[in-house]
Design a protein around this ligand. Sequence first.
Ligand SMILES: [Zn+2]
Length: 388
Amino acid sequence: MGSKLADDSPDYIIMEHHDMPYEELASDFQIFTDPDLMLNMENIETSNIDLSDIVHQAGYPQSPGSETMDIASASIVEFPFSPQGRPPHFPFAGNLNFTLEVNSKDVHKKTFLYSHRLNRIYVDRKCNFSIQFNWDYIIAPQMFVRATVVFSDETQAEKRVERCVQHYHESSTAGMQAEIAKNVLHSSREIGTQGVYYCGNVDMADSWYSVLVQFDRTGPEPCTHAYQFSCKNSCTTGINRRAIAIIFTLEDKTGKVYGRQKVGARVCACPRRDMVKDETAEGVYKTGKKRIPSNQIDPPKTKKIKVENNLMEFDDKVYKLPPLEIVGSRAALCGLKTMLEMMELAVECRKKNEPDVTAQYAQRIVNLKNAIQKIENLKTPPPPPLSQ
Ligand SMILES: [Zn+2]
């Protein structure tokens, strides 16, 4: 067994062993000196193992001269494997070079967006979004990709992500199996589709819910799978406004992990509005210093998806809207509130460095709030509660 970092030992395969006691690996961890890395890796059991070890452990013969991993066809006791305990978040490509890309072809501006800057998907509930996976298919033609939704904040990471009571109940009474009905992430394929498995045990609190998809590759084209969320971030009793991410792991049939990647996610009714809000709040203005040109911040790794760099730009021109006729208080309020929200955000972002510029917002924000209040007052009052 090697004890070097993967970069130093290209002939080894990075793997995680579910059955390997931590003590055996403890010495390997002492080679890390970066405290951040140590923090991220504290829950990861990573080891470098010769490919022939895997084959021997799996209990079937290795065909001489063959470089193809035939792990997926090994006989195993449990399939699909359901991992227990908090899933590690630390991404690594591994020796099979596992990578993913949010599929640009399916980006739909109204229901599905992807922020390169924040590595986060913005998507509405029940809307498909597809992810493209790639790895060294010549060595490993048949592999599985597991998608597990986790809470991204460290304080919440120990908690299993579950659907809210209402949405779970809807699916459950419609006859959906419990481990599917509880999972906030579903495959876009019909339940029961060959090669798509739902994992997780409802009765075991440390059994995380995941979607496992089998891929059989014959060529270099990356493979794609579409998913959808079955709950929103705002579902109380469920995700309840906590930040979430999807962990994708490349696995063999026995559940051994060869690579891991992570994508943040926000499931909401207005993906564009929320992406603008998050990019503004988290992207450029995170440090509270003067605005950095957008081309200097985390350049996108791929150029396939057009990210609107002007989302961060604030101009000072004042626009006078013509008298408009809007049908429905909801539509009118939604429009005005979005404008109010964006102006308040601009003040929040600029007040520290540009106090003179932000002063011009004050009266206009008051006027907008008054206009919103007027419409609120005009709304049809709800019917009085029924008397007993
Ligand atoms: Zn829900």
